[in-house]
Design a protein around this ligand. Structure first.
Ligand code: SAM
Length: 361
């Protein structure tokens, strides 16, 4: 299997059956081999820098009914909340003073936030913090809506594709949600000019190495700027309450593969990874990830944005979260940096230039 890792490192491309064989053979030994290469390439491009994004979970109302998600509309036990524009701006103010230069507005698909409301919020953030990037993660919209948010100043958009296999997609979602529309959204976002993030859950119900291989093929073809992955974790009020969590080990393995396939990609070490393993976020960075997303949401609502059970960091103030992550990153030899943290351009050139400069690996 090491030869397949060598091939991926060299060609940044594998066939689906090759990915499938590699993922099916994941073991601690193979992971050692893979993660050393993934770290190496990450160090060449991003050094030991870790980018931070301030996550603002501004609404947990959702019109969708994704079977895995704790804020699905059928969950009558979810205590719903919305942040006002002023509350969102105050999260940004706090975040800015803590060194955040990217704000990620994430939420359920909440019809209360019309395009007018979203554009109003985005343009106000950009007016107050012109040196910051605004990322939206608010689900499936029309191309026109994406264009309006972009024109208001949104720079980036995160929309996990969840799984690149249509049949698998249909097992995770109600019939009105289709992979076809998800992919349409991702294409529209790219064409509108956003830096685009896709991604998936590792260990989601019914997923096998085959589906993960398909995710890898999609990612290497689509070439997103960011890939958000984390383990699936059951939420007790969903139809998947009794399903097993994805593992940290397989998530780390997938992070390594993604780093080799897309050397310059922005790759978060996620809260879900930190939930299944107390050192998950550190391990994610050591697997090739280069982004962490501390929470800037007011503590009063944190416990309500419960996509899955036992979510970490729901009791800490933003400053505590930031400091905690800072010291966690320091403990493994990495540094959180202040800045927008854009995706490194032109990977191949970048790697060559850095190698020529004998950058310390
Ligand atoms: N509504 C937006 C969307 O659909 O893109 C953004 C919010 S959605 C809750 C953000 C992500 O949370 C989803 O893309 C999904 O991958 C993740 N998520 C939801 N439920 C989860 C669970 N039980 N375990 C792990 N991740 C989950």
């Amino acid at each position: 299997m090491r030869d397949l890792i060598d091939k991926l490192e060299k060609e940044r491309h594998l066939e689906r059956d090759e990915y499938s064989a590699l993922i099916g053979a994941a073991s601690p030994e193979l992971y050692e081999y893979l993660s050393a290469k993934a770290r190496d390439i990450r160090h060449r491009i991003y050094g030991h820098d870790v980018f931070i994004r301030g996550l603002i979970e501004f609404t947990n109302y959702c019109k969708n009914d994704c079977l895995y998600c704790g804020i699905r509309r059928s969950n009558k036990n979810a205590a719903r909340y919305r942040l006002t524009k002023e509350e969102i701006l105050s999260c940004c103010e706090n975040g800015y003073s803590l060194g955040f230069r990217t704000f990620v507005l994430q939420g359920g698909e909440d019809p209360y936030y019309t395009d007018d409301r979203i554009t109003d919020i985005v343009s106000e953030i950009k007016k107050r913090y012109p040196d910051c990037a605004v990322t939206l993660s608010i689900g499936e919209k029309s191309r026109e809506s994406y264009q309006r948010y972009f024109d208001a100043g949104a720079d980036r958009y995160l929309l996990r594709h969840e799984t690149a296999d249509a049949l698998h997609y249909s097992k995770l979602h109600p019939p009105e949600l289709t992979l076809e529309n998800r992919m349409r959204c991702l294409r529209d976002l790219r064409e509108t000019g956003y830096q685009v993030g896709c991604g998936f859950m590792v260990g989601s119900p019914y997923q096998t190495a085959e589906e993960l291989a398909q995710d890898m093929v999609f990612i290497q073809d689509f070439r997103p700027d960011m890939v958000g992955i984390g383990p699936f974790i059951p939420q007790h009020d969903t139809p998947f309450a009794e399903m097993e969590s994805g593992t940290a080990e397989l998530t780390l393995f997938m992070l390594g593969l993604i780093r080799l396939a897309l050397p310059n990609v922005l790759l978060p070490s996620t809260t879900a990874l930190g939930t299944v393993d107390p050192l998950g976020r550190e391990k994610g960075i050591l697997a090739g990830a280069n982004v962490v997303m501390p929470n800037l949401s007011p503590v009063s609502v944190r416990k309500k944005y419960l996509l899955y059970d036992n979510k970490i960091c729901t009791g800490d103030e933003a400053a505590e979260c930031r400091n905690c992550l800072q010291s966690r990153m320091k403990s493994i030899g990495y540094d959180i940096i202040v800045g927008r943290g854009d995706c490194a351009p032109d990977t191949i050139k970048n790697i060559k230039e850095r190698s020529n400069q004998n950058v310390n690996l």
